[in-house]
Ligand binder design. Sequence first.
Ligand code: AMP
Ligand code: ZN
Length: 469
Amino acid sequence: MKIFNTLTRKKEDFISLEPGKVKMYVCGPTVYNFIHIGNARPMICFDTVRRYFEYKGYDVNFVSNFTDVDDKIIKKAIEEGVDADTISKRYIAECKKDMEAMNVKPATKHPLATEEICGMLDMIQELIEKGHAYQAADGTVYFRTNSFKEYGKLSHKNLDDLQSGFREIKVTGEEGKEDPSDFVLWKPKKDGEPYWESPWCEGRPGWHIECSVMSKKYLGEQIDIHAGGEDLIFPHHENEIAQSESANGKEFARYWMHNGFLNIDNKKMSKSLGNFFTVREIGEKYDLQVLRFFMLSAHYRSPLNFSADLMEASKNSLERILNCTGKLDDLLKNASGEELQDKEQEGKKELDNLVGKYEAAMEDDFNTADGISAIFEIVKLANSTADENSSKVYVSQLRNTIGKLCDVLGIITEKKEEILDSEIEEMIAARQQARKNKDFALADQIRGELLNKGIILEDTREGVKWKRA
Ligand code: AMP
Ligand code: ZN
């Protein structure tokens, strides 16, 4: 299996630290709002990487954090007049709903920054003792980048260039830094902010330290894969390497994987440009399986452009696969024959070839686009060779293979349970009652359950209307 490693800028053979096991850490979102479709890209891509390893028989320990203490969370809490904890808990719950709707598997562990402060204090203390960090007069603790000779190795930046670049930028409030390229490990609290006691000052951690600490705690000092969006290469991942390798004295992660950015209509996604979509908004227009299929139709490292046309094309492609599996399911109801017929031998050989083609694509740095093409070739084979006269064994081999290969991509080929109109009406009535009782959490939950079943609600002046997605 080959993986493009950002560290070496090469495709390398994947060799796990422990045979049969993969230890993987993916930087998760900062939770101050519903996740947007850009955040969904690393979730879907690295969930697919995980699923492929599992398909190959690896035991994957997959850790992904939620950053639940951050300036943006505090700002939102102040705007709403609630505490930061209320904001982060709310959006962690919403993010988990979106992940489920996108068929992203829950991580083995989803650590929260606020629950790992003790570990952060320990690592910061260790870095100070080893000379890699220092306390400034105001209590801020900085990492001393000069002390880590390999600083810049991931982003391929040179520390001297970085330092001269930084020198031109004077940041007020950071006068206590020995060098402009040093970064914050711990900072003093400001009025009204959440804070923790520490040996240096009452305050809170910088962003980078949480991932070094959580990765070590849940996966050990060395891991196989560390991943996230390409914007994290510098400074976040560069700083994580500096912290972890200075504290532990060994290489942190063997392979660094980064997804390319998702743009909308060829522009950077931004609220001010009005081209910004949350996963929840897209879920009201499309089954989120379509979003997942769309994301995987490009290579994870390429930039990807989101547009209504491309989503329509993905919807049609997905339907072609599901029509085929639906047809095979129908054939299986009446099919018989436990042995391949002579004319099916050829088809079976072709099927095995196409599975090989799919695996070769996935093992070439997770080329899901080519993997999907191989699935389409199997669909074509099934459409042209399976009919009422086919043996059960042949039809079920086709059916199971398409199901298994789609499952690696997180695409569900089993039919959704049909929900009856009367059940929908009952759930809408329960939601109305919940709203009357001002139990908005329950009302939202019912709306979410209906959405998962493919039912979209619209609150209009004439009352609630619904339609099937
Ligand atoms: P954040 O909450 O900003 O830390 O982002 C969480 C994850 O989403 C990180 O891995 C980011 O790199 C990734 N991400 C954010 N925006 C985009 C985007 N437009 N396209 C792809 N990945 C993104
Ligand atoms: Zn991180």
